[in-house]
Design a protein around this ligand. Sequence first.
Ligand code: CTP
Length: 448
Amino acid sequence: MVKVITYGTYDLLHQGHINLLKRAKALGDYLIVGVTNDNYDRDRGKLNVRNNVLERVEAVKATGLADQIIIEDYLGQKIDDIQKYDIDIFAIGSDWEGKFDYLNEFCRVVYLPRTEGISSTMLRNKSQTLVRIGVVGTGRISQRFVPESSFVSGVEVAAAFDADYGKAAQFVVEKNIPDVCCTYEEVLARVDAVYIATSHLSHYGYIKQALQAGKHVLCETPMVLNGDEAKELFQLAEQQGLVLMEANKTAHCPAFNHLIVMIKSGVIGEVVDIEASLSKLLADQRLREFDPNQAGGSMYELGSYPLLPIVKLLGVDYEDLRFYSRMEGGIDMYTKGVMRYSRSVCSFKLGLGVKTEGNLIISGTKGYAYVPAPWWKTDYFELRYEDQNKNKKFFYKWDGAGLRYEIQEFVSCIYNHRFSTARLRRRESIVMAKIIQQFTERINFSEI
Ligand code: CTP
């Protein structure tokens, strides 16, 4: 019996896929089709796949051409599969010509003619209109946002606006953006959505105005510094049928996401303690981060990152929260927070003027998760146990500045009319704003 294997994503299954499967099947007696797992596609930088792995497997199954379907999970799996299933022929479309010659050591490699004029990419592009985004505030983070958006299909940065027109004008030239706007109203009139990356205190007004103008909003974290304002804005977004998302990049980090679902499924038992730390020593004291009039300081600047694992794992119903801060020049150059839940406790450390070990440790009744610095953009973590033989290391991908993951989720929410993302629920954004508000109001606050 001649056994053939082939691989692909098979998103929005089309005639090109069917022809390829027929050709592969005709090479032998038994055809195995490897369908890429969602995580694997994401790791490969394919951020735009429409059908999830179950739908794609079902579609391949429905062709009746596969004798067996397997899931492709990791780089290097093809060699393992060829040996494991005793494969005679590895077949793939001619667009991959030469790329799999290394498999000749293990079986025959055949490049099959590809069907011209059709691809999943083409179908995806056809079925979606472009989301035109206006960048509001052209500072450091926006500099990264624009190149990151080019990795996400279905989105275009169409215009930019900054209170300082000169800065915006320079930004559009540098980033090759079609339009520069003189006013916020002008940018709202030209786009479908805005990415707000201005100073914290201006977020509320910009978000409200965008939602009232019927535009989706992705707003840098912290979205707002007040729980009631966050609630009001999410309500307004829902009334308007619009997506409002806080751009907390860690929430969309592939490793972080997997860590959260694994812990929720009990791999370290019940979570009893979380310690999260983040510090950023900046040399230039004139930066916005140090300006009390622009909501500078460690809590406002960094707080929403360590709060994320805490609220995702322990929820929004904490019983007590205390802050200990070292104040200097009107801002907290260091803040430690301690939160008590009914059966767990956690702490976070934030420093603009104190350097901390920036790791994340989640302790449970069966083991603990260790995420080394910088855990907020990690591609790696470990699960550790009393019996060290059970310890496990997990590796993931974190490409570029990592903003592409949140942009992709934002666009996906818009296309699929999802007003909330599981990666950062609205109630989670609201509670973070409430915690920041408690800090502003100096409730349970001690200076050190
Ligand atoms: N294929 C083909 N003819 C096409 C499209 C795909 O023969 N017109 C083949 C590919 O060469 C591969 C298999 O189908 O062997 C699965 O490819 P996949 O990457 O899932 O499909 P594409 O349509 O190429 O997807 P994308 O546009 O996302 O790259």
